[in-house]
Write a protein that binds this ligand. Structure first.
Ligand code: DGL
Length: 265
Protein backbone atom coordinates (compact mmCIF):
# COMPACT_ATOMS: atom_id res chain seq x y z
CA UNK A 1 0.00 0.00 0.00
CA UNK A 2 1.69 3.19 -1.18
CA UNK A 3 -0.38 5.66 0.83
CA UNK A 4 1.93 7.74 3.01
CA UNK A 5 2.66 7.68 6.73
CA UNK A 6 1.75 10.99 8.40
CA UNK A 7 4.04 12.30 11.13
CA UNK A 8 3.63 15.48 13.13
CA UNK A 9 5.07 17.56 15.95
CA UNK A 10 4.94 21.17 17.09
CA UNK A 11 8.14 21.82 15.13
CA UNK A 12 11.34 20.07 14.08
CA UNK A 13 11.40 17.71 17.09
CA UNK A 14 9.45 14.96 15.37
CA UNK A 15 12.20 14.78 12.77
CA UNK A 16 14.10 12.69 15.33
CA UNK A 17 11.30 10.14 14.91
CA UNK A 18 10.98 10.65 11.14
CA UNK A 19 14.65 9.82 10.60
CA UNK A 20 14.26 6.48 12.41
CA UNK A 21 11.07 5.68 10.49
CA UNK A 22 12.81 6.55 7.23
CA UNK A 23 15.56 4.06 8.15
CA UNK A 24 13.43 1.07 9.09
CA UNK A 25 10.75 1.67 6.46
CA UNK A 26 12.70 2.62 3.32
CA UNK A 27 9.80 1.93 0.96
CA UNK A 28 7.23 4.09 2.68
CA UNK A 29 6.25 7.58 1.52
CA UNK A 30 6.20 10.09 4.38
CA UNK A 31 4.46 13.38 5.09
CA UNK A 32 5.74 15.52 7.94
CA UNK A 33 3.98 18.49 9.53
CA UNK A 34 5.74 20.86 11.92
CA UNK A 35 3.22 23.16 13.60
CA UNK A 36 5.73 25.95 14.05
CA UNK A 37 3.04 28.60 14.13
CA UNK A 38 1.88 27.23 17.47
CA UNK A 39 5.15 26.08 18.97
CA UNK A 40 5.80 25.49 21.85
CA UNK A 41 3.05 23.05 22.73
CA UNK A 42 4.77 22.47 26.08
CA UNK A 43 3.08 25.42 27.82
CA UNK A 44 -0.33 25.14 26.15
CA UNK A 45 -3.60 23.79 27.55
CA UNK A 46 -5.08 20.41 26.69
CA UNK A 47 -7.83 22.05 24.62
CA UNK A 48 -5.45 24.16 22.61
CA UNK A 49 -3.23 21.19 21.81
CA UNK A 50 -6.23 19.09 20.80
CA UNK A 51 -7.37 21.81 18.43
CA UNK A 52 -3.92 22.03 16.81
CA UNK A 53 -3.64 18.25 16.56
CA UNK A 54 -7.12 17.99 15.10
CA UNK A 55 -6.34 20.44 12.30
CA UNK A 56 -3.14 18.60 11.44
CA UNK A 57 -4.89 15.22 11.44
CA UNK A 58 -7.54 16.56 9.05
CA UNK A 59 -4.82 17.83 6.74
CA UNK A 60 -3.04 14.47 6.85
CA UNK A 61 -6.28 12.64 6.17
CA UNK A 62 -6.84 14.79 3.11
CA UNK A 63 -3.50 13.34 1.92
CA UNK A 64 -4.83 9.81 2.46
CA UNK A 65 -2.31 8.79 5.08
CA UNK A 66 -2.63 5.18 6.25
CA UNK A 67 -1.29 5.76 9.75
CA UNK A 68 -0.46 8.84 11.84
CA UNK A 69 2.55 9.06 14.12
CA UNK A 70 2.11 11.70 16.80
CA UNK A 71 5.84 12.38 17.07
CA UNK A 72 5.41 14.64 20.06
CA UNK A 73 5.21 13.60 23.72
CA UNK A 74 3.20 16.71 24.58
CA UNK A 75 0.58 16.18 21.85
CA UNK A 76 0.41 12.48 22.72
CA UNK A 77 -0.23 13.32 26.38
CA UNK A 78 -2.90 15.89 25.55
CA UNK A 79 -4.60 14.47 22.50
CA UNK A 80 -3.77 10.86 21.61
CA UNK A 81 -6.68 9.15 23.39
CA UNK A 82 -9.02 11.89 22.19
CA UNK A 83 -7.82 11.54 18.57
CA UNK A 84 -8.22 7.76 18.70
CA UNK A 85 -11.81 8.20 19.80
CA UNK A 86 -12.62 10.92 17.30
CA UNK A 87 -10.96 9.19 14.33
CA UNK A 88 -11.72 5.61 15.30
CA UNK A 89 -11.01 4.29 11.79
CA UNK A 90 -7.50 5.71 11.79
CA UNK A 91 -4.37 4.09 13.20
CA UNK A 92 -2.34 6.29 15.53
CA UNK A 93 1.07 5.76 17.08
CA UNK A 94 1.97 7.96 20.04
CA UNK A 95 5.06 8.61 22.09
CA UNK A 96 5.55 8.87 25.83
CA UNK A 97 8.51 9.11 28.20
CA UNK A 98 10.17 5.68 28.41
CA UNK A 99 9.63 5.22 32.15
CA UNK A 100 9.22 1.44 32.01
CA UNK A 101 12.52 0.67 30.21
CA UNK A 102 14.20 3.44 32.22
CA UNK A 103 13.22 1.89 35.55
CA UNK A 104 14.35 -1.52 34.32
CA UNK A 105 17.81 -0.28 33.34
CA UNK A 106 18.56 1.93 36.33
CA UNK A 107 21.08 0.35 38.69
CA UNK A 108 20.79 3.19 41.19
CA UNK A 109 17.00 3.14 40.96
CA UNK A 110 17.22 6.81 40.16
CA UNK A 111 16.15 8.24 36.80
CA UNK A 112 15.96 11.67 35.21
CA UNK A 113 13.16 12.67 32.85
CA UNK A 114 13.59 15.57 30.45
CA UNK A 115 10.20 16.56 29.05
CA UNK A 116 8.00 19.61 28.57
CA UNK A 117 5.97 21.16 31.38
CA UNK A 118 2.78 19.90 29.80
CA UNK A 119 4.02 16.31 29.56
CA UNK A 120 5.32 16.30 33.14
CA UNK A 121 1.97 17.58 34.44
CA UNK A 122 -0.19 15.30 32.32
CA UNK A 123 -2.39 12.48 33.54
CA UNK A 124 -0.73 10.17 31.07
CA UNK A 125 2.64 10.83 32.69
CA UNK A 126 1.29 10.46 36.24
CA UNK A 127 -0.21 7.12 35.38
CA UNK A 128 3.09 5.92 33.82
CA UNK A 129 4.97 6.94 36.95
CA UNK A 130 2.42 5.25 39.18
CA UNK A 131 2.49 2.05 37.17
CA UNK A 132 6.22 1.56 36.79
CA UNK A 133 8.31 3.53 39.21
CA UNK A 134 7.20 2.73 42.74
CA UNK A 135 10.71 1.76 43.85
CA UNK A 136 12.55 4.34 41.81
CA UNK A 137 13.29 7.97 42.51
CA UNK A 138 12.45 10.28 39.65
CA UNK A 139 13.88 13.69 38.90
CA UNK A 140 12.14 15.76 36.27
CA UNK A 141 13.13 18.86 34.37
CA UNK A 142 11.23 20.76 31.66
CA UNK A 143 14.51 22.18 30.22
CA UNK A 144 12.87 25.57 29.71
CA UNK A 145 14.05 27.29 26.55
CA UNK A 146 15.64 24.20 25.01
CA UNK A 147 12.92 23.58 22.43
CA UNK A 148 13.25 27.11 21.11
CA UNK A 149 17.07 26.82 20.89
CA UNK A 150 16.72 23.66 18.81
CA UNK A 151 14.01 25.22 16.60
CA UNK A 152 16.31 28.11 15.87
CA UNK A 153 19.24 25.90 14.91
CA UNK A 154 21.14 26.67 18.10
CA UNK A 155 21.45 23.09 19.27
CA UNK A 156 25.25 23.30 19.33
CA UNK A 157 25.60 26.73 20.98
CA UNK A 158 27.44 27.40 24.24
CA UNK A 159 24.17 28.77 25.66
CA UNK A 160 22.49 25.44 24.96
CA UNK A 161 25.35 23.59 26.61
CA UNK A 162 25.01 25.86 29.67
CA UNK A 163 21.27 25.28 29.84
CA UNK A 164 21.87 21.54 29.81
CA UNK A 165 24.64 21.71 32.42
CA UNK A 166 22.08 23.18 34.81
CA UNK A 167 19.76 20.26 34.17
CA UNK A 168 22.19 17.33 33.98
CA UNK A 169 24.77 18.10 36.69
CA UNK A 170 22.27 18.25 39.58
CA UNK A 171 20.73 15.00 38.38
CA UNK A 172 24.13 13.30 38.28
CA UNK A 173 24.83 14.51 41.80
CA UNK A 174 21.63 12.88 42.97
CA UNK A 175 22.69 9.56 41.48
CA UNK A 176 20.62 9.59 38.28
CA UNK A 177 22.03 6.93 35.95
CA UNK A 178 19.27 6.88 33.32
CA UNK A 179 18.30 9.99 31.37
CA UNK A 180 15.02 9.73 29.50
CA UNK A 181 14.49 12.02 26.53
CA UNK A 182 10.78 12.70 26.95
CA UNK A 183 10.54 15.34 24.24
CA UNK A 184 11.22 14.57 20.59
CA UNK A 185 13.35 17.68 20.23
CA UNK A 186 15.92 16.46 22.74
CA UNK A 187 17.61 13.69 20.72
CA UNK A 188 19.10 16.58 18.74
CA UNK A 189 21.16 17.57 21.81
CA UNK A 190 22.04 13.99 22.74
CA UNK A 191 25.73 14.61 21.94
CA UNK A 192 25.93 17.42 24.50
CA UNK A 193 24.11 15.38 27.15
CA UNK A 194 26.42 12.44 26.46
CA UNK A 195 29.46 14.62 27.04
CA UNK A 196 28.05 15.98 30.29
CA UNK A 197 27.20 12.53 31.58
CA UNK A 198 30.70 11.35 30.73
CA UNK A 199 29.94 7.61 30.95
CA UNK A 200 28.11 7.97 34.26
CA UNK A 201 24.72 7.16 32.86
CA UNK A 202 22.69 6.04 29.87
CA UNK A 203 20.41 8.11 27.63
CA UNK A 204 17.14 6.64 26.44
CA UNK A 205 15.85 8.02 23.15
CA UNK A 206 12.51 6.35 22.33
CA UNK A 207 12.54 7.29 18.63
CA UNK A 208 13.94 3.93 17.35
CA UNK A 209 11.32 2.02 19.37
CA UNK A 210 8.56 4.20 17.85
CA UNK A 211 9.84 3.44 14.36
CA UNK A 212 9.80 -0.30 15.13
CA UNK A 213 6.32 -0.01 16.56
CA UNK A 214 5.16 1.76 13.37
CA UNK A 215 6.69 -1.02 11.29
CA UNK A 216 4.97 -3.66 13.40
CA UNK A 217 1.54 -2.00 13.23
CA UNK A 218 1.76 -1.56 9.44
CA UNK A 219 2.60 -5.25 9.07
CA UNK A 220 -0.11 -6.49 11.43
CA UNK A 221 -2.66 -4.44 9.49
CA UNK A 222 -1.16 -5.57 6.16
CA UNK A 223 -0.79 -2.01 4.94
CA UNK A 224 3.01 -1.88 4.64
CA UNK A 225 4.36 -1.12 1.18
CA UNK A 226 5.79 -4.37 -0.11
CA UNK A 227 7.07 -2.89 -3.37
CA UNK A 228 10.58 -1.47 -3.68
CA UNK A 229 10.11 2.30 -3.69
CA UNK A 230 13.43 3.76 -4.80
CA UNK A 231 12.09 7.27 -5.18
CA UNK A 232 9.97 7.38 -2.10
CA UNK A 233 8.44 10.76 -1.34
CA UNK A 234 9.11 12.63 1.86
CA UNK A 235 7.12 15.88 1.98
CA UNK A 236 7.62 18.50 4.65
CA UNK A 237 5.07 21.12 5.70
CA UNK A 238 5.38 23.87 8.30
CA UNK A 239 2.65 26.17 9.57
CA UNK A 240 5.02 28.96 10.59
CA UNK A 241 8.03 30.45 8.85
CA UNK A 242 9.11 27.93 6.22
CA UNK A 243 12.60 29.35 5.76
CA UNK A 244 13.45 28.86 9.43
CA UNK A 245 11.93 25.38 9.40
CA UNK A 246 13.76 24.38 6.22
CA UNK A 247 17.07 25.75 7.46
CA UNK A 248 16.89 24.02 10.82
CA UNK A 249 15.59 20.75 9.36
CA UNK A 250 18.37 20.74 6.75
CA UNK A 251 20.89 21.28 9.49
CA UNK A 252 19.47 18.61 11.81
CA UNK A 253 18.97 15.92 9.18
CA UNK A 254 22.05 16.73 7.17
CA UNK A 255 20.19 16.79 3.88
CA UNK A 256 18.46 19.54 1.97
CA UNK A 257 14.89 20.03 3.10
CA UNK A 258 12.50 22.48 1.52
CA UNK A 259 9.25 22.80 3.42
CA UNK A 260 5.92 23.93 2.00
CA UNK A 261 3.84 26.52 3.82
CA UNK A 262 0.71 25.13 5.41
CA UNK A 263 -2.26 27.25 6.53
CA UNK A 264 -4.48 25.36 8.90
CA UNK A 265 -7.14 27.92 9.82
N1 DGL B 1 8.56 17.94 20.64
C1 DGL B 1 7.51 18.07 21.58
C2 DGL B 1 7.47 16.90 22.56
O1 DGL B 1 7.90 15.81 22.25
C3 DGL B 1 7.33 19.32 22.37
C4 DGL B 1 7.90 20.61 22.02
C5 DGL B 1 7.00 21.79 22.36
O2 DGL B 1 6.98 22.23 23.52
O3 DGL B 1 6.32 22.23 21.46
O4 DGL B 1 6.93 17.01 23.63
Amino acid sequence: MTFPIGIFDSGVGGLSVLQEIALVLPNENLIYVGDTENIPYGNKSVNEIRLFADRIVQFLLSHHVKIIVVACNTASAAALTWLREKYSEMLFIGIEPAIKPGVKSSENKCIGVLATEHTLNSERYFSLVKRYSSETTLYQDPCLGLVSKIENGKHRDTETQKLLEKVIYPMLEKGVDIFILGCTHYPFVKDIIEKLINNNGIIINPAPAIAEQTQRILKINKINNKEINKNRRVDFFATGNIDTFSRTATNLLNQEIIATKLNLH
